[in-house]
Design a protein around this ligand. Structure first.
Ligand code: 4AD
Ligand code: MG
Length: 477
């Protein structure tokens, strides 16, 4: 008999004869009531076992974590809390689960404990909800761009270039560690390596993406990116997913419009599709916040916060204006910041970004026109000669969620910039070709997918919104 998903059973509009459900036992109460979950929804279905006519041996095997198949009738529930339940006629244990040993006991576990059991944490309510929301969000990303006629491009994961010029790359090599081939001057001889050159895991698909935008007009990437930056924070992963649209003929203002519209669309889409999961995550967050002192609690509940982003324009502020605000703000004057803002040109730390978003503007902020020397080489130099057409989008509770720019389309200016920064022109010959042949104004941005999932789920640690997080000293699973 084919089983029916629990979500569909719970959404049934009438009672049903002879249904079958398969799932994992969450709890078994009074030797009679199974709370069964199959991952299709946050809600369990209650299955009422006829314990008087079920062998004691079988009843003992209905334990938290066991996989079971129940066949019976879908009837109106007598109990509170659910409309329907299954009156079990036949119960089969598909896979036992030793109650003493199964780590996901029906009680509150610490997030740290759950991370150590990332292969099983997805069997909890919270992680089931987070992973369903993540899935819907990623579909929303594709939907948005596909509806607008963007072409989805799969940029390479192994590359020879450092798109961000930050040098935070994982090397890819097939060379042996002992007897590594060396050149005459003792350096590693990458000519003898698999690709005949030095390669690394990509930090961004942007540069390859730009070449495609200069042919297909509007493109986006959505894939894994890797950064060997040793930042052990709740916002950084060594392997994360990035969405990078790139659009020919767009200037920085168009780029901001696109980013804002895109973020609002995917959040709206997810609110519409994930009501139950988001309501659950909202109550989870509210509970968690009760542990915090009043002053640190967020003013809005999760759904209110999401709707706020939909209903309000992002505040657009130049870097120069932001510096003025920060220089004069109380935490700066009282030396509460770890990094005190003294002058124009300072790089903004997340404490400054969060002050602007959470305390000053109290809404998402787009900062633009940053000093050239704190941003990547490919950004369009402004007429002032010292700022570039960069934009970062800052979100409450998250900090930077998007980084993007209008690109330097002028061949000479770009080459000069690369020279000044010591970026090898030979290595990026193909990138420079976009400026040699039919160059045009174009812009794009990168959105860190996990930071978006953090925002939408109300979780506070990035390790909890990706199935198997990779962070310094951790690559389990
Ligand atoms: O600001 P970033 O470094 O920009 C780029 O890589 C550009 N090439 C994007 C572009 O213009 N096409 O990274 C973009 C976003 C950040 O705003 C942040 O959301 C996310 O990627 N991000 C990370 N997310 C998780 N862990 C990390 N280590 C991240 N580093 C960046
Ligand atoms: Mg950035």
């Amino acid at each position: 008999m084919k089983h029916t998903r629990i979500k569909d059973l719970l959404n049934s509009t009438k009672t049903l004869q002879e249904v079958n459900a398969k799932g994992w036992v969450r709890t078994f109460r009074n030797n009679q009531f199974i709370a069964l979950n199959d991952g299709s929804t946050i809600h369990n279905i209650q299955c009422v076992v006829d314990f008087e006519n079920t062998p004691e041996e079988t009843l003992k095997r209905i334990t938290t974590g066991a996989a079971v198949s129940v066949t019976g009738n879908l009837v109106e529930s007598q109990g509170a809390g659910q409309k329907y339940e299954i009156q079990v006629v036949k119960l089969e244990i598909l896979g036992d689960s030793d109650a003493e040993k199964f780590p996901m006991q029906p009680k509150k576990h610490s997030l740290e404990f759950l991370r150590e059991n990332a292969h099983l944490r997805v069997r909890t309510n919270a992680f089931g909800a987070i992973m369903r929301v993540r899935s819907v969000l990623s579909f929303a990303v594709h939907n948005y761009f596909q509806e607008k006629g963007f072409v989805y491009v799969n940029t390479p994961i192994i590359t020879g270039s450092d798109a961000e010029g930050a040098g935070e790359m994982f090397k890819v090599t097939a060379l042996p560690f002992d007897n590594t081939p060396r050149t005459e001057d003792g350096k590693i001889d990458y000519k003898k390596d698999f690709f005949g050159k030095e390669t690394n895991l990509t930090v961004s698909g942007q540069l390859e993406g730009e070449t495609f935008a200069m042919a297909l007009g509007q493109i986006y990437t959505f894939g894994p990116t890797f950064r060997a930056e040793n930042s052990n924070t709740s916002r950084h992963l060594a392997e994360f997913w990035m969405i990078e649209p790139e659009v020919a003929f767009n200037d920085l203002n168009d780029n901001m419009d696109l980013a804002e519209d895109f973020i609002q669309y995917v959040i709206k889409y997810t609110i519409d599709k994930c009501q139950d999961d988001l309501k659950f995550l909202e109550s989870r967050l509210t509970e968690e916040e009760k542990q915090k002192p009043q002053a640190e609690r967020s003013e809005m509940a999760l759904l209110e916060k999401l709707n706020f982003v939909l209903e309000n324009n992002f505040k657009r502020v130049s870097y120069t204006e932001a510096i003025d605000i920060l220089r004069d703000c109380a935490p700066n004057k009282k030396k509460k910041f770890n990094y005190i803002i003294n002058e124009w040109g300072a790089d903004l730390q997340s404490e400054h970004e969060r002050y602007l978003v959470e305390k000053h503007f109290k809404c998402p902020v787009i900062l633009f026109d940053y000093p050239a020397n704190i941003k990547a080489f490919y950004m369009r130099l402004n007429e002032d000669g010292k700022t570039v057409r960069a934009m970062d989008i800052l979100f409450p509770g998250i900090g930077e969620i998007v980084g993007g720019s209008q690109r330097e389309e002028r061949f000479d200016v770009l080459v000069e910039k690369m020279k000044a920064l010591g970026i090898d022109e030979e290595e990026l010959w193909w990138y420079l070709d976009t400026r040699r042949f039919g160059s045009a104004v174009h812009s794009g941005f990168g959105l860190g997918f996990e930071r978006l999932v953090l925002f939408v789920t109300g979780m506070t640690n990035i390790r909890d919104v990706i199935p198997f997080p990779r962070t310094p000293m951790n690559a389990e699973f």
